[in-house]
Design a binder for this molecule. Structure first.
Ligand code: NAP
Length: 244
């Protein structure tokens, strides 16, 4: 039977690669985006042309009403969501003393409230089906902490706490909740860094390169698969050994 996946922030970067991988694995995919409709539409056209069902869904994950509406549209079109990938995220650097209330709440609004809203929106159908899988995209900075990225690291650490606690709460209902903690991955998110830093980061990575969105997509697909059916509440670090 065809399974239904919802990937937040799937217009670009890691989310786009995750949506592609899940479509290749036989999922019908909801491609959520906030701004880049052009990118979401091009991905949906590509997936549809390859014989998969896909739907572009505009919604700001920080807005509960938009998320509820988005999930309703996806479930009306394709059926109950069995896999949710909470990937949409924002990042940036600032000295702690320069962090404004606005920046703090905006990052938490997208990175943490976004997952909270989206999980609550898909959960009723997962509970009804007594089956489901949730994968949250955290970060190595949520495990280790990062200078000048206190807000971002705090949001990503919060996702790990959410993952472990929710996994314990939902396991008796047949729903697994896991986390992927990517290292440094080549996406637009790295554009904020000075270009000279990237070769340096690759050199600091024991496996000798930066990660690709596809590296993360493979990890998400594994956690979603039946092969991972006894894995819940875990954080899978995918970073080429960066924080060993
Ligand atoms: P990216 O290239 O900047 O893409 C971000 C995606 O999130 C875009 O599709 C964007 O959609 C979407 N998005 C942003 N705000 C949103 C909102 N409010 N509502 C819905 N969608 C929203 O980032 P990425 O590198 O792929 O990162 C994806 C995830 O991996 C993030 O959670 C990030 O923290 C995490 N991560 C990344 C790295 C890395 O090195 N790249 C490392 C560790 C963890 P639109 O453009 O359409 O608005």
């Amino acid at each position: 039977m065809e399974k239904i996946a919802l990937v937040t922030g799937a217009s670009r970067g890691i989310g786009r690669a995750v949506a592609r991988q899940l479509a290749a694995d036989g999922y019908a995919v909801g491609v959520n985006y906030r701004v880049r409709q052009d990118c979401a539409d091009s991905l949906v056209s590509e997936l549809t042309a390859s014989g998969c069902r896909a739907l572009a869904l505009r919604a700001d994950v920080s807005d509960r009403a938009q998320i509820n509406d988005m999930v309703r549209r996806l479930e009306d079109a394709f059926g109950p969501v069995s896999l949710l990938v909470n990937n949409a995220g924002v990042a940036g650097q600032a000295l702690f003393q320069d962090i404004t209330d606005d920046l703090w709440h905006r990052y938490f609004g997208v990175n943490v409230d976004g997952a909270f809203h989206t999980i609550q929106a898909v959960l009723p159908r997962m509970l009804h089906e007594h089956e489901g899988c949730i994968v949250n995209i955290s970060s190595i900075w949520g495990l280790r902490g990062a200078s000048c990225e206190v807000t971002y690291a705090a949001t990503k650490a919060a996702l790990i706490g959410l993952t472990r606690s929710l996994a314990a709460e939902l396991a008796p209902s047949g729903i697994r909740v896991n986390c992927v903690a990517p290292g440094v991955i080549r996406t637009d998110m790295l554009n904020a860094l000075p270009p000279a830093v990237l070769p340096q980061l690759a050199e600091e990575t024991p496996l000798g390169r930066l990660g690709t969105p596809e590296d993360i997509a493979e990890a998400v697909a594994f956690l979603a698969d039946r092969r991972a059916s006894f894995i819940t509440g875990q954080v899978l670090t995918v970073d080429g050994g960066f924080i060993l």
